[in-house]
Every structure is written in C-alpha cells, then in structure tokens.
Design a protein around this ligand. Structure first.
Ligand code: GLV
Ligand code: MN
Ligand code: MN
Length: 416
C-alpha cells in the first residue's frame, strides 16, 4: 500500500488544544480534572462531541474509556492511539490531553484525505490514568489485567473507589468486561509530553521511548499516642509526627544512598489530630519509588520498608503498611519504535531514544500489544504543575509523527 504524504490540520489542532485546555482550568490553581470530577466528565463529553462533529464514531466502554473511531474494513484490527484527559490536582494542560487530541487529529486527517486503510484507527482517552482512584484503571481494564488485588487495594482506598464507581454508573464487573482481545489490536501508540528536560536540553524534536519506569506506591500508617505537648516528657512520647518525618527522610536517604539510578517521592504526609499543642497520635505517609528494572524495584521497595519499620520501632510506633499501586517496568516494541523513528526522519525531524521516567497507559498496554511512545519537548522540563508547557510547533511535530507512525503501522498491520 502506498500512502501519500499528508499532514495534520494545524489550525484545528490549535483550536482543540485551546478549547480543551479551558475545561477545568482555574487561573489560581491550574488544571483540576481529577477522575470523574465535573470538569473531567465535561472534557470527555467534549471529546465525543468533537468526534461526532467530524463524522467519526464515538464510543464509551464499560470502564468509561472514551473513544473516537474511524472504522476500517469489517473484522480489521485496530491501531489504537491516545492517552488520558484526567489530570493530577493543580496539573497542566498538556499531560495526557495532548496525546488524546493529536490522536483525534490523526483520525480526522486520514478521513479528510479519504484514505482507505486496512485497519481501524481509534483515538482513546483512558479512564483514571493519574491515579485519583487506582491509576491506569482504564488501560488495565482494556488490557484485561485488572486483578482482584488491584481493585482491593486502590490508591484512593476501597470505599472511595466503590462509591465513585457507583456514582458514575460503573461496576467492578463492568471494568473487567472492558477487556479487549489483544488479537483485535494491531498496536498502541501514545504521544505524550516528555515531562522532563532531556529533549529541550539536547535540542532534539522527538523522543522515541525505549522503556518506562516501574512504580511501587505505599501508604504507611504510624500509630502512637496523642498526648499533651507541654507536659509529656520526650522519652515518654510515642510521637507519630516524629516517626513520619524520619520515615520520609529514610525514603530519600535509601534511594539516594543505595539506588542512585532510581527515584522516590514522599507525596503526602498527614498528622492527627494536627494541632500545635498535641503530640501526633497518628500519621499517614504516602510515598512511591520507581526503577526501570523489575528486580531493582523490588529491592528498593524492600530496603525502604525495612528502614520505615526500623523507624517505627525506634519511635515505639505501630506501623501498618499498605501497597497501593504496582506498575511493572515496561519495554516498548522495536517495530513500533522503528516506525516512529522513520516517521520523524521523513518529516526532517531529529529524534533520540530515551526512557520514560513517568508512568503511562502504554506501560500497561505494552504487556499485551506492540506498543510505543512518541515524546515531544516540555518547556523547562516542567510537568504536574500549571506552568507545564509545550511549544505549539512541537505539538504539530508530534501529531505529524503520530500520523506517520499510524500509517506505517496500518501498512504493516500484520507485523505483529
Ligand atoms: C503519571 O503521571 C505518573 O505518575 O508517572
Ligand atoms: Mn501525569
Ligand atoms: Mn500523562
């Protein structure tokens, strides 16, 4: 199949990025589109409307993944593209959204050019990538790997997960029923902002992702005894606040000292009851650690937990440790990587291979379908912050690389 050189419609892409970026935007706090919030639902509805307006099929599956579809011949496989429309609290306009909008633009461009491809093209917005509830919930559901353990111990806590699912009309059975037979999928390609400084620093247009760091997340509850802060001698305290601070320090110390290639983050610490004059009786410490290597991730997590337990013993606290997320490191597919590299080259763009420090839906899909990721530069390497930005030229470049990659995969759709 020979495919003519076509390019995405820049004006339409620009208008869409501006319109979508307004949904849930608050000048004081940035983007607030956490999973199933009003703004999140509005963004998803916007996507379906844009799909319908373009004459594409609009679909929502039983895990609430939202899609635009350009159908191929009956029974044809699907080249799936996309990312997520949910955000972290106080997030930026590009994380996830860029990948969804560019995927939609690829479908519209192919349709405008009246290309008859031997595959279906689908632009998907996965549910809850950021982990308001679970993290990569929609892609886990679609990949058919949503285990009972994942649903039993979500980041949000089980009660909140169940109440949110029921509030929006979803169920655990429905989540599981969203599984798609991997044989129906030719490939998954996700365009995303890099969220780090490498492409900008190197002056390179496109990142071709080789692998994605794995992640283990934990919630530690330390229980001591709430006491009067003025009258209780230091050596008589079971101070959960002191334990939390030392545990948080241990997370950083173990990682920097023993696993310099890895990263870890203490994202939240809560003390109870939370008053100047009360020794905290309980503390919750939320942290995660990441590595590109499975075994190293296991060892890192085990070492950190050893130190956290030692801190609890020293402070005479009870420690309850809950693992609330585990994403294995993933490797992208070499054929998809080559297709991305060639698409960049055909457009006269520079590219480099690089790992992803952030987690993505592609990490989950990579286990069941040939998957790849296209990165575009992030200004100043900033992400998960309202100041997150990517130059529009880079958005256009990424969208055209995604288009070229999809066409190449469509041509070789039997490659897998
Ligand atoms: C997703 O943004 C992640 O936490 O890496
Ligand atoms: Mn993110
Ligand atoms: Mn993202």
């Amino acid at each position: 199949m020979t495919v003519p050189a076509i390019r995405i419609n820049e004006e339409r892409l620009h208008d869409d990025l501006v319109a979508l970026g307004e949904i849930g935007w608050d000048p004081a706090h940035g983007l607030a589109r956490t999973t199933f919030s009003r703004a999140h639902s509005a963004a998803r509805e916007w996507l379906l409307e844009r799909a319908r307006a373009a004459g594409l099929q609009a679909r929502v599956d039983s895990a609430a993944n939202h899609s635009a579809v350009l159908p191929g011949p009956p029974g044809s496989r699907t080249v799936l593209m996309g990312s997520h429309l949910d955000s972290v609290p106080s997030g930026g306009r590009y994380d996830g959204a860029l990948g969804v909008v560019c995927a939609l633009e690829v479908l519209r461009t192919v349709q405008d050019a009246d290309l008859r491809l031997p595959v279906s093209l689908e632009a998907i917005d996965f549910t809850d990538e950021e982990g308001t509830l679970v993290g990569t919930l929609g892609s886990w559901a679609l990949a058919g790997v949503l285990t009972a353990e994942i649903l039993a111990r979500p980041r949000s806590g089980r009660e909140r997960l169940l109440s949110e699912l029921s509030r929006v009309g979803l169920s655990e059975d429905g989540l599981r029923a969203a599984r798609r037979d991997p044989g129906t999928l030719a490939a998954y390609v996700e365009l995303h902002i890099e969220q780090g400084p490498v492409l900008e620093r190197e002056g390179v247009d496109i990142g071709v992702v080789t692998g994605i760091r794995g992640n283990m997340s934990f919630e530690v509850t330390l229980t001591g005894a709430a006491r009067h802060a003025g009258t209780t001698p230091l050596n008589a305290r079971r101070d959960a606040g002191r334990g939390a601070v030392l545990a948080a320090k241990a997370v950083g110390d173990v990682t920097a000292g023993e696993f310099p290639e890895c990263v870890a983050n203490v994202g939240d610490v809560q003390l109870e009851p939370g008053a100047f004059n009360v020794v905290p009786g309980r503390a919750r410490v939320m942290f995660e650690c990441r590595s590109v290597d499975r075994d190293e991730l296991d060892r890192l997590a085990a070492r950190i937990l050893d130190r956290v337990r030692a801190v609890a013993d020293d402070c005479r606290l009870d420690a309850e440790i809950r693992r609330v997320g585990h994403w294995a490191p993933a490797t992208t597919n070499p054929d998809v990587r080559s297709a991305i590299e060639r698409a960049a080259e055909d457009l006269g763009l520079s590219s480099m291979e690089m790992p992803s420090g952030a987690g993505h839906d592609a990490q989950v899909l990579a286990d069941v379908v040939p998957a790849g990721m296209v990165f575009v530069p992030s200004v100043g390497g900033v992400s998960h912050d309202p100041s997150e930005h990517t130059q529009f030229t880079d958005c256009v470049n990424g969208a055209n690389v995604l288009l070229g990659t999809a066409l190449a995969l469509a041509r070789d759709h039997t490659f897998a």
